[in-house]
Every structure is written in structure tokens, then in C-alpha cells.
Write a protein that binds this ligand. Structure first.
Ligand code: GUN
Ligand code: ZN
Length: 435
């Protein structure tokens, strides 16, 4: 048994800090003890120092803060190189930039190179798990899983399904989409730390036959993830209404094909009504709120107050390349402002929960990731309160945990990520990356 120990300030969670003030657990002088890729123990150094074995390596990170690895619940790896492409809104952005860029992923070398860069960029931002859209090409999913497996990350991804309203070069069919997805599920789902997500892009780009194929695959594999987009943009909502006139709402299209359930994650959820939100809550389907994307594409403002009222599960996501940053800290920054526009105060403590333990709970992964609890897979981030001169000055004055976390959320980005660990192994070091 190999043991390693990390002595630092610690933050972990036992529940939602919005429900219980004790749910955020902080140790000023704490330690995480890792054995065989899992957390063996975490807590106060004074209580646990005797559990550190003689031969263990002990890293002294007392001026840093360890938090569970960030979980980004909606991101497109093929859009890495087209991040920050200007367009007047979602649909023209898809036509002008997204589809032509995704065409390149027919080439395995492009997919492999982009996947490796993407995974490194996630880790540099402290993100250890993401729900990733690939392209329609099945080799794009193989490339992403291969890059993730090489770093032993817990990753969820899927090949996009799209059989209409897209260029020919990105179109599959109900049958090829079904066959390719089934093959990828067999190859990658629960293969090591990799997990599969059935990925119909969004209702306008799938025929009824393709959505039926999704329903069949989802039924055959009760524990796979499902991911799609819903109610992101008003033009898109109107388009769905014209394509599926019999359905009560956009969300109802997915419901009709039994695609609302646990482990089903829907990006955006801006233009839902309360009946939709309640249906999400009832089925256990999860909203991925993507604030940097929603502001960038002018899609709209996610309604935190209504999500809370209807108990719709919410997580945070970047949505790169519609999103403008890989950083979950920057995502929190924008989430706070979007919530503020709706008159809702989103605390930093809750945002850190949403980006870690809350996401793990919503995704049915709480026994594996999201906290520093014993037996968790040892995925964590070492944050540096002195990462920049400004952050150093602000955090020096922070007189509560909330103020410290708020400074990280509002001022932090990849510069604040000192190191990232996955299954107990260091997978990113800021110092080494700068060399
Ligand atoms: N809706 C359908 N496809 C996409 C996409 O790639 N990005 C975003 N933000 N919305 C979408
Ligand atoms: Zn998206």
C-alpha cells in the first residue's frame, strides 16, 4: 500500500450549504491522506497526524486550500479551438463556426491532438470530471476517452447524434447512430473510470426515428448518462415548437422519448416553465447552467429562484466553445452575476458545492467523487490564495470562509490552480506548466 499525505487548508461538504449551515466543512490546518488512489482519511491535522505512516510522503501546502476536483457538467471538446468566435446568437454561431469546425474530427489525428489538449486544459483549470460532447464521428469519442484514460480521469462523454438539419458531412442515421453508440457503450462505459453519455445534440437535429433509437438505448442501459440541450435560445424554442407541434413544450419532446431520468443532463434550461422545472425535479433530470455561454451568445438569464422553488437539480458548466472559459471559478463568477440579475444571492460556498459535491450528487456519482470523504476517489485541486498580487491582497483580508471562496470565485481562474490530482496522482502542476 502506498500512502501520501497533503497538509493544507481543506474544504469539503456533507450536504447542500443552502439547506444546512454546517454542510461546508473547513479545516484551517487539515490533511488528506491518500492510499491507492482513494481518500483514506481527511480532516484536522491534529486529529489525523498519527495516521500518516512513517514512509509516507507528506506535502506541506499549508498556505494553500484543497477542495474536491471541479465537475463541469456540459462542455464540447471539439469546440476548443473555436472558443471566442463572434456571432449574433446560437443558431448562426452553430452554422458559421461550430459545424465547420466539427467536420475536422473525421480525422483521427485532429481528434487525438485536440482531445489531449482539451484534457490538459481541464486539469489546468482544476476540472477533474466533465460531461463531454464529442462530434458525430465515433472516433472522436474514442479519442476523448483515450486521452482521459491516459490520465486516469473519471470522465463522461458521448458521440453526438444528429440525423437532420445539419450539413451532410455531420449527419448520421437512426441506425448508424444507434450502432455507433452501442459499440461505444460496450467499449467505454464503466471501462476503468470512463462512462458513456448518450448524446442527441438537441431536438431540432434528431428525427423522431433517431429519438426512438435513443429511447431504446437508454432503456437497454439504465445506468448510462444522457445529455442534450434544452430551452437555450428563443429562436431555437420557436423552431422546436414548429418541428414538434404535438408536444406541450421543448422539454416535453425529451420526456415523450423517456429521456428524462436520473443521470440525464440538460444544458441551459433558460426558457423552461414551472411545469417543465417540476418535471425535471420529479424525474431526477439535471440542469447544467452555463452562464458564460448564455451571456456570450445572448441566450438569456437562468432563473435560480425558480429552480430552487421547483427543486430542479442544478449544476454549473462551462459549455466551451459557446462558453468563454474553461475555468469553473470564472463560471462561478458569471453564475453569481446572473443570479444577482434575478434578485437571487448565490453564495460562494454554495457555488463551490454546486461545482463539486452537489454535481456529484445530482449525477449519481456521490459515492465516487465530489468530496474528500473516506473511500472517495482522490480527485482534488490545490488552490493558491496568492496566485496573483490582487488575489493575495484580497484573500489576506478575508475574514470568513465565504469571503475567501468569494475571492477565488470572482478573481480566480487557471492561475489560481496550483496543482490538480486525479486518483491520488498529480496530473497538473502550475509551476511545471509555466516552464
Ligand atoms: N445547441 C445545439 N448544439 C449546441 C452547441 O454546440 N452549443 C450550444 N451552446 N448550444 C447548442
Ligand atoms: Zn452545449
Amino acid at each position: 500500500m502506498t500512502q501520501s499525505a497533503f497538509r493544507a487548508k481543506l474544504l469539503t461538504f456533507t450536504g447542500d450549504p443552502a439547506q444546512s449551515p454546517d454542510a461546508a466543512v473547513f479545516h484551517e490546518d487539515g490533511v488528506v491522506i491518500v492510499e491507492d488512489g482513494r481518500v483514506a482519511a481527511s480532516g484536522a491535522w491534529s486529529a489525523l497526524k498519527d495516521r500518516v505512516s512513517d514512509g509516507a510522503s507528506v506535502q506541506d501546502l499549508r498556505d494553500k486550500l484543497i477542495v474536491p476536483g471541479f465537475i463541469d457538467t456540459h462542455i464540447h471538446y471539439p469546440q476548443t479551438d473555436m472558443i471566442a468566435s463572434p456571432a449574433p446568437g446560437l443558431l448562426p454561431w452553430l452554422e458559421t463556426y461550430t459545424f465547420p469546425t466539427e467536420r475536422g474530427f473525421a480525422d483521427e489525428a485532429v481528434a487525438a491532438d485536440t482531445a489531449r489538449f482539451f484534457v490538459d486544459e481541464l486539469l489546468a483549470s482544476g476540472t477533474t470530471t466533465a460531461l463531454v460532447y464529442c462530434t458525430v464521428h465515433k472516433q472522436s469519442a474514442d479519442a476523448l476517452f483515450t486521452a482521459s484514460e491516459a490520465k486516469n480521469l473519471r470522465m463522461v462523454a458521448g458521440k453526438v447524434l444528429m440525423d437532420r438539419h445539419c450539413p451532410d458531412f455531420l449527419r448520421d442515421t437512426p441506425q448508424t447512430g444507434y450502432d455507433d453508440s452501442a459499440e461505444l457503450i460496450a467499449r467505454w462505459h464503466n471501462n476503468g473510470r470512463q462512462m458513456y453519455a448518450l448524446t442527441p445534440r438537441f431536438a431540432p437535429t434528431s428525427t423522431e426515428a433517431q429519438l426512438e433509437a435513443c429511447e431504446a438505448l437508454a432503456k437497454a442501459h439504465g445506468d448510462i448518462f444522457i445529455q442534450s440541450h434544452v430551452a437555450e435560445n428563443l429562436d431555437e424554442v420557436a423552431w422546436v415548437k414548429s418541428l414538434f407541434p404535438r408536444q406541450r413544450s421543448y422539454l416535453d419532446v425529451y420526456d415523450h422519448y423517456s429521456l428524462l431520468r436520473r443521470r440525464a443532463v440538460y444544458g441551459h434550461c433558460i426558457w423552461l416553465d414551472d411545469e417543465d422545472r417540476r418535471r425535471m425535479a420529479e424525474t431526477g433530470a439535471v440542469a447544467a447552467h452555463c452562464p458564460t455561454s448564455n451571456l456570450f451568445l445572448g441566450s438569456g438569464l437562468f432563473d435560480f429562484a425558480k429552480a430552487q422553488e421547483t427543486q430542479m437539480p442544478v449544476t454549473l458548466a462551462t459549455d466551451v466553445g459557446g462558453g468563454t472559459s474553461f475555468s469553473m471559478l470564472q463560471t462561478m463568477n458569471e453564475a453569481h452575476k446572473v443570479a444577482r440579475m434575478g434578485g437571487h444571492h448565490l453564495t460562494a460556498t454554495r457555488m463551490f458545492w454546486l461545482a463539486t459535491a452537489g454535481a456529484a450528487q445530482a449525477l449519481d456519482l456521490a459515492d465516487k467523487i465530489g468530496t474528500l470523504a473516506p473511500q472517495s476517489e482522490a480527485d482534488f485541486v490545490v488552490l493558491d490564495p496568492k496566485a496573483t498580487p490582487l488575489l493575495a491582497r484580497r484573500t489576506a483580508r478575508a475574514d470568513s470562509l465565504e469571503e475567501l471562496l468569494f475571492a477565488f470565485a470572482l478573481l480566480g481562474d487557471d492561475r489560481a490552480v496550483y496543482e490538480t490530482y486525479a486518483a491520488g496522482a498529480r496530473v497538473h502542476s502550475r509551476e511545471q506548466a509555466r516552464r
